[in-house]
Design a protein around this ligand. Structure first.
Ligand code: SF4
Ligand code: SF4
Length: 168
């Protein structure tokens, strides 16, 4: 490619970009008055994860490490163990379960690969997007926190600062 062609292409790309920018200047501005007015999220929005339970209240995670292996950001830390008690007595659907299951939201890019990799539908995205904390350590969410998220995955959080859109 000659230098003249490169210059022409660059100028054209700049002009196209500026045209988009300038077209927005006269338009009416929208201010989202969050958190006074709830944010509208699509059902497919990938927010903070939750660890799911089955219909008996048992943890679905069997500590297979597939989510951790699929994670491109190395954000999931798991320690597996076994509970050889009967189904009624143990916490999980199988003897093997995650004794430790942490997600580091300082690393997570909410790509969803872990959700796709899970063979037990144990890890899913919820809708919470409020991750702001005052120190890095608080960005690491442990198993109990992620299990607690299970209760609020389908709709608005108790504080009601977001709603799920009906269109997809
Ligand atoms: S959403 Fe992506 S980056 Fe975050 S824990 Fe899952 S695989 Fe890792
Ligand atoms: S969340 Fe799913 S993929 Fe990850 S360790 Fe548990 S069962 Fe395996």
């Amino acid at each position: 490619m000659s230098i003249i062609t490169e210059v022409v292409d660059t100028v054209r790309a700049l002009a196209q970009g500026m045209a988009v920018t300038l077209s927005y200047i006269p338009k009416r501005k929208l201010t989202r008055e969050y958190p006074d007015v709830p944010v509208e999220l699509y059902p497919r929005f990938r927010g903070e994860h939750f660890l799911a339970r089955n219909e008996d209240g048992k943890e679905r995670c069997v500590a297979c490490f597939l989510c951790s292996a699929a994670c491109p950001a190395d954000a999931i830390y798991i320690e597996a163990t076994e509970d050889l008690r009967s189904y009624e007595e143990r916490p999980g659907i199988e003897n093997r379960f995650a004794q430790v299951y942490n997600i580091d939201y300082g690393r997570c890019i909410l790509c969803g690969y872990c959700v796709e990799a899970c063979p037990k539908d144990a890890i899913k995205h919820g809708h919470n997007f409020e991750f702001a904390v005052t120190n890095f350590a608080d960005l690491v969410k442990d198993k109990n926190y992620l299990l607690t998220n299970y209760g609020r995955h389908e709709g608005a959080k108790p504080e009601g600062n977001f709603v799920i859109r009906s269109d997809s």
